[in-house]
Design a protein around this ligand. Structure first.
Ligand SMILES: C[S@@+](CC[C@H](N)C(=O)[O-])C[C@H]1O[C@@H](n2cnc3c(N)ncnc32)[C@H](O)[C@@H]1O
Length: 168
């Protein structure tokens, strides 16, 4: 699996951000990781609205810079941060919640990492793309006014999921 950015930048429509985040039941105690955070809009919503600690990883330098600028603009540097890099190479063990807006192929490749690094009970929300082979706890449908979306919700449990080729 290539570690290059195989997923194009398509930001989540702003009018469905809370439909995406609400089912994660975020609180100040959570640490949310947005893998591929783009301009940081999910980090900002999570930190501002739920008081969550939010960490984003973005491989495209220009977008990582924009995300950082947006965090500064909203005075959220105490709660939100962006790491410029490849999320396959960054440990995400602090996560209690994860957001994904990637692709089925990348979600498949992340399974081994999740199995190595996530604790049971970590909530995962994936917009429009399943984690192949993992049964979601629920699927929520929503519409941004132009098209409809599926939100796949998972509560990670190591004993429940098949961990993929990179599994321990
Ligand atoms: C569809 S966009 C979603 C952006 C943001 N999460 C949102 O919902 O607005 C996917 C993002 O993931 C980034 N990305 C893809 N592969 C990556 C990787 N291996 N490491 C870090 N970022 C990655 C892309 O550059 C892009 O900005």
């Amino acid at each position: 699996m290539s570690r290059a950015p195989v997923v194009h930048y398509v930001p989540i429509p702003r009018n469905i951000i809370y439909k995406f985040l609400d089912p994660l039941n975020l609180s100040k105690k959570d640490v949310l990781w947005d893998l591929g955070c783009g301009d940081g809009r999910i980090l900002i919503a999570a930190a501002k609205h739920y008081g969550t600690r939010a960490v984003g990883v973005e491989i495209r330098r220009g977008l990582a810079r924009i995300a950082h600028r947006n965090i500064v603009k909203y005075s959220l540097t105490d709660r939100a941060e962006v790491i410029h890099g490849d999320f396959f190479r960054i440990r995400i063990t602090s996560a209690t919640a994860i957001t994904l807006y990637l692709s089925t192929r990348v979600n498949e490749a992340l399974k081994g990492k999740f199995c190595k690094e996530l604790r049971d009970g970590t909530r995962i929300a994936s917009l429009d793309f399943r984690i192949p082979g993992w049964e979601p706890n629920s699927i929520i449908k929503c519409n941004d006014g132009i098209r409809s979306h599926n939100i796949y919700l998972y509560v990670f449990k190591r004993s429940k999921y098949i961990c993929g080729e990179n599994a321990p």
